[in-house]
Design a protein around this ligand. Structure first.
Ligand code: PLP
Length: 368
């Protein structure tokens, strides 16, 4: 297989299939501002994901920033340090102070048992992440939110199509945010969405992503430009026809990794027990102390073969310069997250990854 091999590789529909849609855009000359493809993709995503309201965005980061605006979140927000930096950046862009709470060692998601002691009179919301697409303890988080009257905004960037026993995990909390970036399970090159529980919140979010416009002459809020273009929406509609197959291919790779890695001493794979329908978006392993070499040595060894796993999430958000002076960012407050960041390695997983390459990776890991 052609090298280099990266941790992921985007999945694309055959170009011929896209041409008629592009022709339609060229004919209509409707390029953005909620055109026909934008509307079709919102409807198609609602039905694919099993949710009632979706608002498309230019990317997930702007969607996170807008979600916080929509719910008028201020003050302090409890969040996880174990995520992509956009999660916390969306708080800083709203002038909100992130309060980091440690993660659960089994799921690597926000540990609900530690949330209450981080709540102060300034806390207005919780922003958990369904890390690697594994569901958070949504029941426990909602109970705390209800008790303290807090909003819950899920960063569901990894969780496209994931379901728990009762359906889509995107129905939990006040809002959930998806990313359709090129590296994610479902992509529109760049893109994202907010999953909203009702028509009222979708209307407000639709206004906020269009500068706050309600009609030609009425602006009701200092909105932003977060709209998805017709090109990205048309692409998304075609992608949607293939995402089921792509996830199935990921499932086969996930199973092959697990079979080949589970007996290697010092290598731990994360469980997928919280979800009835997983999406296999990542394949993280934890390189424990009883493995013969360090995580970073294993990482460099694979890179020398021109195979590029990723240390998601290292460094932790709480250790970046704009966060590390927060009192909640101190490593003593976040021992599990700091330890996970030292151990984790996300192995390549994407449709089309050849079994021979997977075997090369697992053989390499088995023979250090
Ligand atoms: C990818 C990602 C984002 C940002 O998504 P964009 O669409 O690239 O803005 C946010 N949060 C998490 C957890 C992510 O993995």
């Amino acid at each position: 297989m052609n090298r280099p091999i990266y941790v992921t590789r985007p999945y694309l529909p055959p170009l011929e299939e896209l041409i008629p849609s592009l022709q339609q855009i060229w004919d209509n000359k409707v390029l953005t501002n909620g055109g026909p493809f934008h509307q079709q993709l919102e409807t198609a995503l609602c039905s694919y994901l099993g949710v009632t309201h979706v608002s498309l965005f230019t990317n997930a980061t702007i969607a996170l920033v807008t979600a916080l605006q929509a719910l008028r979140v201020t003050g302090e927000v409890i969040t996880t340090p174990y995520s992509f930096v956009a999660t916390s950046h969306s708080l800083l862009w709203n002038g909100i102070r992130p309060v980091f709470v440690d993660i659960d060692p089994d799921t690597l998601n926000l540990n609900p048992d530690l949330i209450e002691s981080a709540i102060t009179p300034h806390t207005t919301a919780i922003m958990p992440v369904h890390c690697y697409g594994h569901p958070c303890d949504t029941g426990a988080i909602q109970r705390i939110a209800d008790n303290y009257n807090l909003k819950v905004i899920y960063d569901a960037a990894h969780a496209f199509g994931v379901e728990d026993d009762e359906g889509s995990i995107l129905r939990h909390g006040d809002l959930s945010i998806l990313s359709f970036h090129a590296t994610k399970v479902f992509n529109t090159f760049e893109g994202g969405a907010i999953v909203c529980p009702d028509a009222r919140s979708k209307t407000r979010i639709d206004q906020l992503k269009n500068f706050g416009y309600v009609d030609e002459v009425t602006v009701v809020a200092p909105g932003i430009n977060g709209k998805m273009s017709e090109f990205n929406a048309a692409l998304g509609l075609h992608q949607l026809n293939y995402v089921g197959r792509a996830i199935e291919e990921r499932r086969v790779i996930d199973r092959a990794y697990r079979e080949r890695l589970h007996r290697i001493r010092g290598i731990r794979c994360l469980d997928t027990t919280g979800e009835r329908v997983p999406n296999y978006s990542y394949f993280p392993i934890l390189v424990e102390a009883d493995y013969p070499v360090s995580r970073d040595d294993l990482y460099s060894g694979l890179k020398a073969l021109n195979i590029h796993p990723r240390r998601y999430f290292y460094p932790l958000i709480s250790n970046f310069p704009m966060y590390k002076s927060l009192s909640s960012a101190h490593p003593n407050n976040l021992p599990v997250a700091n330890s996970a960041a030292q151990k984790v390695l996300c192995l390549p997983i994407f449709p089309g990854l050849e079994m021979s390459v997977l075997e090369e990776i697992t053989d390499f890991i088995a023979t250090r």
